[in-house]
Write a protein that binds this ligand. Sequence first.
Ligand code: SF4
Length: 435
Amino acid sequence: MDLMEKLKILSAAAKYDVACTSSGVNRGGARGSLGSASACGICHTFAADGRCVSLLKILMTNVCVYDCQYCANRRSNDLPRASFTPREIAELTINFYKRNYIEGLFLSSAVIRDASYTMEQIYETLKLVRHVYRFNGYIHIKAIPGADECLIRAAGLLADRVSVNIELPSEESLNRLAPDKTRESILKPMNMLKNNIIQSREEVMLFHSAPRFAPAGQSTQMIVGATPESDKKIITLTENLYKRYSLKRVFYSAYTPVSDNPLLPAAKPPLLREHRLYQADWLLRFYGFSADEILKNADDNLNPNLDPKCCWALNNLNMFPVEINTANKRTLLRVPGIGSRSADRILAARRVGLLTFENLKKLGVVLKRARYFITCRGKMYEKISMDPAILEMKLTESKIREAYKQLSLFDEPAPLADSGNAAAPGGIIYAYGHI
Ligand code: SF4
């Protein structure tokens, strides 16, 4: 099979891996090396100048000895199979880089032969890319659960980010749909990665030249909608993963039907569910919310009509309205329509004088949401009853109006924060935003 044919098969097979990856790595170009990974990095906002970063996203192989029912590459599925050698991937990466197609590599793999053999192949690839071809750009790899820890550690010293997929939101679902994997085999390497990342950071503080282990941290991916777990269960698991394993990101991937197994749903879950989970995830990471505040009961799901912060505000109206000119940052962050950047701007602008609604608009506050929950100099934006049903109607009304507004031919809609990335043909993906 020629290289082009392999590339077609293995880049298409990689489309289920979410690789929207934040670098946070600040590594400039080095003499005798190719590429760099600067702080603003591999993850650029999809800015007005169109800057985004492209990664070559491929699988090492789609030949798999495992039989995970939610995966197209499972051994029982009849589909064309292919494998790259480490040298083929290294050459592809370098050639694509030199042609300016990509700036980094995202490498994942099915389990060929066994977990350790697969991890060894990934490690061999990294060695070639880094040491032989002197590629200094961004690399994100998937660690294979169950692989020898020495191999994962050796690979982590060459990659910028390493991730282990948590796969499904509960152990019960994992046992049912991925009988070759265990919760233990996934959490063990996650813990090992966390310890190595912490140790490496400490060593780098002491000795600047100490080797860096996965400097962009670790992330994970969870399939949503293949199994019956509620959103509450998913965000509680997410919260625990952030706390216990110091993950940089949890990615959610809406299940794509790839099997007629009766244990799996026949239809794809709505993408909006994935989006709401990303919003809740954002609240956990940057807004000081806990999973229990976002959803109360074990079976609760996020409201598809309203974002999780608005829902929380409607359930806690006793905490509103908030006076913009006196509230502290934590309180400001709880107001729908006020993001972390606008909260900082409010705090800075308040030092100069009292703020008005007009000022808030200029500071980036989304008044069509915030107006119901704030006062400026003691006054509300408009007279309105603080009745949750009325406020919910007002908030959803503005969403409906937004959904039907005339599209401009010239203003590109901004990509949804953290909603993933667009896969381009030939395995090249563009990573946007805060990734
Ligand atoms: S290990 Fe499971 S999820 Fe990964 S490629 Fe094989 S079948 Fe798919």
